[in-house]
Write a protein that binds this ligand. Structure first.
Ligand SMILES: Cc1ncc(COP(=O)(O)O)c(C=O)c1O
Length: 452
């Protein structure tokens, strides 16, 4: 449904709650300004209602979580049933049946689907921890301490995940605290080539980025100290950056050649977000370990690191009674049940096909918008994970303008976010149940926000 605003945004109740939050929540968590935030009260489908009764259209899926839309009936019913029966167990000691079922399901949907045999799972409470579980696994399996990671990447903000996150904004305040095991190579981005290549004709650049990248990667891997390569197949928070077709296959063959394990962080891209079940399926390349989260549960803090049974068994010894990697809430039964139900719904329909069609529709709407002003820069992304760059009069990234657009859109009842390494990309990651009419509405509003 389209937005319905009954107060100016934010309304009086949201403003009151903001004041309370500013008094009692640490600084630097929730961004508060005269136009931001609104406090959510309930949500359904693509809509969110705030504490003042305003209805919003959400183009973020709440950070890419609500791919199925908010509060689908079946997930609510499953969660209510689970809540009444069991919502905590002893994760690594006396777990619930739901944990077991979810691990089996994750194996089926990943390595078994790829015909690589069974997968084994470590469940975690956040994406950042799933990344850390994967990093620990790769270290245990290879005993090589170095990690190859990529500029612009986002893997989470726990110290381990932050160590492999290629974003100065997040790293710099803590740089002296971070370990030195990660080396970063440029993530190939054809719209802003990090190798300085100039396209001569489509797909033919000078210098040849693939060989430039290969030489640099080989020089590093030949040292024999790198046991892990971690990458987002499509960078999400880095600004919806899709790599050229050679990239993932090359990483796979480099990992095999140099005895490193390949981790795909599909926390954002997983479960049809890019128009395939996993983004790596676009290139038919499989990892040794995959990190999953966000849409996995539709909204419960639970994520997973899944590896081939062989890698996981090489890495982790049998437990002697004290797990080497666990946490109090590991495999929470409510989270597991919501994940099982979500995975069932995510498999029940040809979501990838729907996401591709809607993604193409969104892309062509963005193309039309882009043609209207030079302040709209490159369009990026795949499926329902798209980004539009905002540029200033000199054609440079304009983060301030992107921030203003996010606030202006909110004032019109549309929830969007800006992202990207330069913070100048407006991101579109709506629930898969969005309609073409809702997409048109949002793009029209974006156009009129910017005076179009
Ligand atoms: C690709 C990717 N990895 C990891 C994370 C971290 O997940 P979490 O915020 O659940 O710790 C995110 C979060 O946005 C992400 O997009």
């Amino acid at each position: 449904m389209l937005p319905e605003l009954i107060t100016p945004i934010p309304g009086p109740r949201s403003r009151q709650l903001s004041a309370e939050l500013r008094a009692h929540e640490s600084r630097n968590v929730t961004y508060v300004s005269p136009g931001f935030p609104v406090f959510w009260e309930r949500a359904h489908g693509v809509n969110v209602w705030d504490a003042d009764g305003n209805r919003f259209l959400d183009l973020t899926s709440g950070f890419g979580v609500a791919s199925l839309g908010y509060t689908p009936e079946k997930i609510v019913a499953a969660a209510q049933d689970q809540l009444a029966r069991l919502y905590h167990a002893m994760g690594d000691v006396h777990p619930s049946a739901e944990k077991s079922s979810l691990c089996r399901k994750l194996s089926e949907l990943t390595f078994e689907k790829w015909e690589l045999g069974p997968g084994k799972v470590i469940l975690t409470n956040s994406g950042s921890e799933a990344v850390e579980a994967a990093l620990k696994t790769a270290w245990l399996a290879t005993k090589k301490r170095g990690v190859l990671a990529f500029t612009g990447s986002y893997h989470g903000l726990g110290y381990g995940a932050l160590t492999v996150t290629g974003r100065h904004l997040f790293r710099d305040p803590f740089s002296t605290q971070l370990a030195d095991f990660a080396t970063f190579l440029p993530f190939p981005d054809c719209q802003h080539c990090p190798f300085g290549a100039i396209p001569r004709e489509p797909g033919v650049c000078l210098p040849d980025c693939q060989n430039t990248f290969l030489r640099r990667a080989e020089r590093l891997l030949a040292l024999g100290t790198i046991g892990t390569i971690i990458v987002e197949p499509v960078q999400g928070r880095g600004g919806e950056v899709v790599p050229p077709d050679w990239f993932l296959p090359l990483l796979r063959s480099l990992a095999d050649q140099y005895g490193a394990l390949l981790i795909f962080d599909e926390i954002y891209t997983g479960f049809h977000r890019t128009g395939r079940r996993f983004a790596c399926d676009h290139w038919d390349v499989q990892p040794d370990l995959i990190c999953l989260g966000k849409a996995l549960t539709s909204g419960f803090p639970l994520a997973a690191c899944v590896g081939t049974a062989q890698v996981m068994d090489d890495a982790w010894p049998e437990s002697t009674g004290e797990a080497l990697h666990t946490s109090t809430f590991l495999g929470n039964p409510l989270g597991c049940r919501m994940a099982i139900e979500s995975l069932e719904l995510l498999e029940q329909k040809p979501w990838s096909a729907k996401v591709s069609v809607l993604g193409d529709y969104l892309h062509s709407g963005l193309k039309k918008l882009q043609a209207t002003s030079s302040s709209w820069g490159a369009i990026r992304g795949l499926g329902l994970m798209r980004g539009l760059e905002i540029l200033d009069a000199k054609g440079q990234p304009d983060a301030a303008r992107a921030g203003q657009l996010v606030e202006s859109m909110l004032a019109r009842g549309i929830i969007i976010l800006s992202g990207g390494v330069e913070q100048n990309v407006i991101s579109f990651t709506p629930p898969f149940v969005i309609t073409e009419e809702e997409i048109d509405f949002a793009l029209n509003e974006l156009s009129s926000c910017s005076g179009g």
